[in-house]
Design a protein around this ligand. Structure first.
Ligand SMILES: NC(=O)c1ccc[n+]([C@@H]2O[C@H](COP(=O)([O-])OP(=O)(O)OC[C@H]3O[C@@H](n4cnc5c(N)ncnc54)[C@H](OP(=O)(O)O)[C@@H]3O)[C@@H](O)[C@H]2O)c1
Length: 279
């Protein structure tokens, strides 16, 4: 299968490259073209003629998006529509990645796909626009995921391990809840979903839930490290874009749709740690 992956240098794209080994993959990123340039993605799709396009490229710097919402809307929103049109012209499936940030985080139970979206940040609003654009494509699969990490890339796991190595004392928020999700588990799930012909919008995170503090504690427990680790509230960590408090995503629709390749988050973490985390 020929697959074009945007956001090619990102953590999820690398996981796709490492797990979709039987496919002919082309990863593209900013050095190939800017997603925000009209016509650029269409040209790449036309030239490569993929059966599947994975839209993993996004401006994921949440606080920077808050300072430039129109750029966020362009890259995370309108650009997805152009990609969808290119897929349609090519007869390709568009697989688009979205986020828990489309919700405001005030729910008292895990979010369903049918719950109304109410993003509280510019990043969340731009990603919601991207979802809506993706859903217009004739053949589409939209997966909302959350709290991604890997043994490579910019993520919480690597930040925690680096700070512990540096002997730093750590304060981690204990009032934001979600489901840590390894990119490799998500990559395997996406491949299987493509094989099984899923279409529509699905939540796709690893099982279980925890706070960032709970995630940090488990990282250090499994890694056999004992840094000074303290819980704190979000109020102690003021940021330009407010982080949602509770964005656990209900995965029942995904579990009913086909094979489940996303283990409990603790199990996924063990797999990533066992494979060795890059310094
Ligand atoms: N990370 C998470 O926790 C998380 C959670 C939920 C959903 N998601 C979604 O999952 C997908 C994959 O996330 P990820 O963590 O793999 O992201 P990532 O590591 O930040 O990778 C995204 C890639 O897209 C590139 N990019 C940014 N702006 C671009 C532009 N204008 N033109 C072309 N490329 C551009 C980035 O380049 P630069 O690094 O130079 O910006 C980066 O290489 C994204 O759609 C994201 O919104 C992520």
């Amino acid at each position: 299968m020929k697959v074009l992956v945007t956001g090619g240098n990102g953590q999820l794209a690398r996981a796709i490259a490492e797990t979709w080994t039987g496919d002919e993959l082309r990863r593209v990123d900013v050095e190939d073209f800017d997603l925000g340039t009209p016509g650029a993605a269409a040209e790449a799709v036309e030239a490569f003629r993929p059966q599947v396009v994975v839209s993993a490229g996004a401006w994921t710097a949440v606080d920077a998006c808050e300072a430039d919402p129109s750029r966020a809307d362009l890259v995370n929103g309108r650009a997805v529509g152009w990609l969808g049109e290119a897929c349609e012209a090519q007869g390709a499936l568009l697989v688009h990645l979205s986020t828990d940030y489309v919700f405001d985080g005030h729910s008292l139970r895990p979010y369903l796909e049918t719950d109304p979206a109410a993003p509280a940040t510019a990043y969340g609003r731009s990603k919601l626009l991207g979802e809506q654009e993706a859903l217009r494509a004739k053949e589409h699969l939209v997966l909302r995921t959350a709290w991604l990490y890997e043994s490579w890339g910019n993520n919480f796991l690597r930040t925690m391990l680096r700070m512990a190595r540096e002997g730093r004392s750590l304060k981690v928020v204990d009032d934001q809840f979600g489901s840590p999700t390894s990119c490799r588990a998500l990559a395997r799930q996406i491949r299987s979903a493509v094989d099984e012909g899923w279409r529509g919008l699905f939540h796709a995170t690893c099982g279980g839930e925890t706070s960032w503090y709970g995630f940090a504690r488990e990282i250090f427990r499994q890694a056999g490290l004992e840094p000074a680790l303290h819980p704190c509230t979000s109020a102690a960590f003021q940021r330009p874009a407010p982080r949602p408090g509770f964005t656990v995503l209900d995965n029942a629709k995904r579990l009913a749709a086909g094979r489940n390749l996303m283990p409990h988050w603790r199990e996924a973490l063990a797999e990533v740690l066992a494979s060795g985390v890059e310094d």
